[in-house]
Structure formats: structure tokens, C-alpha cells
Design a protein around this ligand. Structure first.
Ligand SMILES: O=C(O)CCC(=O)C(=O)O
Ligand SMILES: [Fe+2]
Length: 249
């Protein structure tokens, strides 16, 4: 039993995190991550699961801190970092997604000439974080109202960083909110930046590069620098859940 996971949101009828993660075409997702820096897992959560997760936002006991983005110059809107133990649904997905993403993260490090390799299991990577003094959980819930946005950023919280993270859209575009597109920018050495707008529906997850990734050029691999953010929400309320695999200082 993973001590970082509690049974909040656990329902016997739910597909296990492993089963739902295993159902995706990971070669296609790797292809998109390699080609564009991001890949989408459609319908990772049901509408009901999205509602249950976003309903947690107002229940303070689940969270260790509450950030108002405008106060820090991060944009406009707010988010809360979960406490350990994480809700079962998120903790389970973090565990199940990690080994797949570690495979591509290790390939990326090889191509970028970085020696570090990520262990096959998330529990082991968390031990490395804790040994490095990064002990605070980073999974979070975000909430955006009309006019809110999230400035381009990188979620780095210490020296140890897992290079891929996941965001799950919990609200339905066009129905719960308008605007509020997930965007990713890629700064290329000595070239102009590239932008990716990722269309998501409620329950879809996007896996994306946190800070760097290799790109195959004509003379070998070069390294690009990525940032992600959210464009202005035009109306309604938009919730997301973020799964970051490294813990924070
Ligand atoms: O709200 C979003 O879509 C992105 C949230 C975010 O920055 C994150 O999950 O790290
Ligand atoms: Fe982020």
C-alpha cells in the first residue's frame, strides 16, 4: 500500500489507474511527445470523476497551501497544492502514469547527453526527492474564473525534476467555460519560438515537457526550452488537476 495515497474518491466500480493507463496507445503518445512536446490522453477521467475532483477545491482539509496567482505575478486565478495522502484517484494515476513517462524521460536524457536516469517506479523516485530535501507534494487543483489566465511557466521545485508532467481538464469547454486554452511554447536555440495550443475536452489529460526536451535536427539532437500556461478564460469557471511527479523543497 502506498502511504501517499488515501481512499478519498475511491469507488469499487472505478477502473483501476493501471487499467486505464494501459488502455492508451503509448507509442502514439511517445510519438506526439517527441514530435511536439505534448501528447493527449483522451477521456482519462469520466465527467463524474471530474466533478468529484473539482468539488474538492473548496474543502480545505485536502490541501497544504493556497496560491492567489495575481499576488505572485503568475497570472490571475488560484490553485491549491494537495497534502499527503493524495486523493486515491490522483495518487493512483500518478503511480500508474510515471513508469510510462519515465521510459521516454530516460530516452530524452540519453539524447540530451544527461547522465541521470529515472527509476522505473514512482515510489523510488519520490525517495530520491525526499533524500534531496524535496518532501512536499506538488499535485494541485487550479480554478480560473472570467478574465483569469496562467502565465507561461515551468513547474520546477528544486534540483530534482521529472521532465514530463500531466494536466487534466476537469471542466467542459463551451459549456462550463469559454477561452482558457492550454498552451505550450518551445524556445529553440537561435530560432523563433514555436507555440502549441492543445484542444482538450472534459476528462482529457495532456502530458507535456516541463522544461527541456531534445529535438532531432539534421546534425543530431538539440535542446529546446518549454513553458506552459493557460490563455484568458472568457466566461465561466475552469478547473484543472495537475500531476507533477517531483516533490517540492
Ligand atoms: O490549468 C491548466 O491547464 C494548466 C495548469 C498548470 O500550469 C499545471 O498543471 O502545471
Ligand atoms: Fe504548471
Amino acid at each position: 500500500m502506498n502511504p501517499h495515497v488515501t481512499t478519498v474518491l475511491s469507488h469499487a466500480t472505478e477502473r483501476t489507474a493501471e487499467a486505464r493507463v494501459a488502455a492508451y496507445d503509448w507509442q502514439a503518445i511517445f510519438g506526439d511527445l517527441n514530435g511536439f512536446g505534448c501528447g493527449v490522453l483522451e477521456k482519462l477521467l469520466s465527467a463524474e470523476e471530474c466533478r468529484r475532483l473539482s468539488d474538492l477545491y473548496s474543502q480545505e482539509q485536502h490541501f497544504r497551501s493556497h496560491i492567489h496567482m495575481a499576488r505572485h505575478g503568475f497570472g490571475k486565478g488560484e490553485y491549491r497544492y494537495f497534502r499527503y495522502p493524495l486523493p486515491d484517484l490522483l495518487g493512483g494515476l500518478r503511480n500508474a502514469l510515471y513508469p510510462r513517462l519515465a521510459e521516454i524521460a530516460n530516452q530524452w536524457n540519453g539524447r540530451m547527453g544527461i547522465e541521470e536516469r529515472y527509476p522505473a517506479e514512482h515510489a523510488e523516485f519520490l525517495c530520491q526527492c525526499h533524500d534531496a530535501g524535496q518532501t512536499r507534494p506538488t499535485p494541485l487543483l487550479l480554478q480560473y474564473g472570467p478574465g483569469d489566465f496562467n502565465c507561461l511557466h515551468q513547474d520546477l521545485y528544486g534540483d530534482l525534476a521529472f521532465p514530463i508532467q500531466v494536466a487534466i481538464l476537469l471542466s467542459e469547454p463551451g459549456q462550463d467555460f469559454t477561452g482558457g486554452e492550454f498552451v505550450l511554447t518551445e524556445q529553440r536555440p537561435r530560432m523563433q519560438s514555436r507555440v502549441e495550443v492543445v484542444p482538450l475536452r472534459q476528462g482529457d489529460a495532456v502530458a507535456f515537457a516541463v522544461h527541456n526536451r531534445p529535438v532531432q535536427g539534421t546534425k543530431g539532437n538539440y535542446r529546446v526550452n518549454l513553458r506552459h500556461g493557460v490563455s484568458r478564460v472568457r466566461s465561466g469557471l475552469r478547473h484543472t488537476a495537475g500531476i507533477i511527479f517531483h516533490d517540492a523543497k
